[in-house]
Design a protein around this ligand. Structure first.
Ligand code: ZN
Length: 184
């Protein structure tokens, strides 16, 4: 039996689609979730990018970057295709976003990633002054938000990134799991 794992965005979606809860309860869930409908849409874009990366034979991680709910960049992992160890989805998306807005500082931007960022990508988010990070599944082997390191919480840093973990977590994790299962 699959244990139902409580997840704020799942509760949110189910409350809306199934009409099981009264309107006030739905609004309460939205407020508690601290993530918007636009956030979930952008997270789905990141998942699409992860899926596309898998089809190219890359480890399926995807990212998207938005300003005021408008997506300015989206990318999947390209390390093999570009023969570039730094071509993680987040780095590719950060570069694309900076070019799109003509500024290397992405102050006020939100980044959406399917998997917990590594130390390099978390560092790049600080350099870019990203305001918010939403990600899907934790990465116990390299995650730098809370799994292996807690880079954003280092007291020496002036810049603070607001983090929401576990957004569309199952979808994000399944993409990775299926990818590696198929290669075994
Ligand atoms: Zn990375």
């Amino acid at each position: 039996m699959n244990a139902y794992k409580f997840s704020r965005e799942k509760l949110w979606c189910e409350a809306e689609t199934r009409g099981k809860f009264p309107r006030w309860a739905v609004l309460f869930c939205h407020a508690m979730a601290e993530i918007s409908r636009a956030d979930l849409a952008a997270m789905n874009v990141a998942i699409e990018e992860a899926r596309a990366a898998a089809e190219r034979g890359e480890v399926p991680v995807g990212a998207a970057i938005a300003f005021d709910d408008r997506i300015v960049a989206r990318a999947g992992n390209r390390t093999i295709g570009d023969c570039d160890p730094t071509a993680h989805a987040e780095i590719v998306a950060l570069r694309e976003a900076a070019h799109a807005i003509g500024n290397y500082r992405l102050t006020g931007a939100t980044i959406y990633v399917t998997i917990e960022p590594c130390a390099m990508c978390a560092g790049a988010m600080i350099q870019a002054r990203i305001a918010r990070l939403l990600y899907g599944a934790d990465d116990p082997k390299g995650g730098a938000v809370r799994s292996c390191f807690s880079i954003f919480e280092h007291p020496a840093l002036n810049h603070r990134v607001e983090v929401h973990a576990g957004v569309l977590e199952e979808e994000s994790r399944l993409l990775l799991r299926n990818f590696f299962a198929a290669r075994r």
